[in-house]
Design a protein around this ligand. Structure first.
Ligand code: PMP
Length: 303
């Protein structure tokens, strides 16, 4: 398989960094997670939200004071070429990462040189999307903006996610929901969260220390424009999770994943909810190029 590394397409096994690499030690890197979906009938691979992911990557580089001399269009082109070289005929996940390549000690965001690497892997479900998952509310709070901005996909910030996810797995659950220190709901370890109450969607605002999720934004749009569902961006407290009619997590990896239990309480009737399923069905059609409205805007055919 191929990867993009130090400005070139190379064999994946040749894409290696030194153990002295600065960002490897301090987590001072930013990454993205992008999906491409295979449509069997058309024998076509569709790259989803490529532009949006690279726009976010460049904004996140700005947060880490990294000056990457590559445009969004160039990054999309590199990704398309990489996918073609790998000749994938299945659903894949694309992982770009920007890191300081300097072989230097000292955690700082100045005086170093950013480098980008991109690799791809086959990926089906990241978490279950059919039967519903069990969540816990983590005892680990979400990092706040003045510590490490959750708005950015900073590698080091995922230690916070790893603590929460591990706690969930150790307690027999599938995923963790993290709160802010003030008790408001932030997000999952690698997903944004929506709850359903009285047929309306509610999701925490961007000021709640959450990643500015691309799937979250897409769901807000399709709910309002296509599915006639009202969406409210407002704070959610822990107990409101317990009394929700439905809950789902969303993200590039997670897609749309129904939550059927939180802290041992059944959500709704303990089965994936009908609004969640409606959104999920529509989302899965969109990502494989089966909805004309989004085919030419959200997707790019790879072949
Ligand atoms: N929150 C976190 C912490 C994440 O890691 C992710 C996955 N990228 C998301 C939310 C969902 O974001 P997106 O829809 O842009 O993939």
């Amino acid at each position: 398989m191929y990867a993009y590394f130090e400005g070139k397409f190379v064999k994946e096994e040749d894409a290696k960094i030194s153990i002295k690499t600065n960002s490897f030690h301090y987590g001072t890197a930013v990454f993205e997670g992008i999906r491409a979906y295979y449509n069997k009938e058309e024998d076509q691979l569709y790259l989803l939200f490529a532009k949006e992911h690279y726009e976010r990557l460049i904004k996140n580089c700005k947060i880490l004071n990294m000056k990457l001399n590559l445009s969004v269009d160039k990054l999309v082109d590199i990704t398309l070429e990489l996918l073609r070289k790998c000749n994938w005929k299945q659903d894949v996940y694309i992982r770009p990462i920007v890191y300081f390549k300097d072989l230097a000690i000292s955690p700082k965001l100045i005086g170093y040189t950013p480098e980008i690497a991109i690799y791809t892997i086959p990926l089906g479900d990241y978490i279950d999307t059919s039967n519903g998952i069990k969540c816990i509310v983590s005892s680990y709070f979400r990092i706040n903006d003045n510590m490490i901005p959750a708005r950015a996909k900073v590698c080091g910030a995922y230690v916070n996610s790893a603590f929460a996810k591990t706690e969930a797995l150790m307690r027999g659950a599938d995923e963790a929901i993290m709160l802010n220190p003030d008790g408001t709901v932030a997000e999952g370890s690698a997903e944004n969260i929506f709850i359903v109450r009285n047929e309306n969607l509610i999701t925490p605002p961007l000021s709640a220390n959450i990643l500015e999720g691309i799937t979250r934004q897409a769901i807000i749009k399709i709910a309002q424009e296509d599915l006639n569902i009202k969406v409210f961006e407002r704070d959610i407290l822990r107990s409101e999770l317990y009394v929700s009619d439905e809950i789902f997590l969303c993200g590039t990896g997670a897609q749309v994943s129904p939550v059927v239990e939180v802290d041992g309480r059944k959500i709704g009737d303990g089965k994936p909810g009908k609004i969640t399923k409606k959104i999920q069905d529509y989302y899965f059609k969109i990502v494989r190029g089966k909805v004309e409205k989004y085919k030419n805007s959200w997707l790019i055919p790879v072949y």
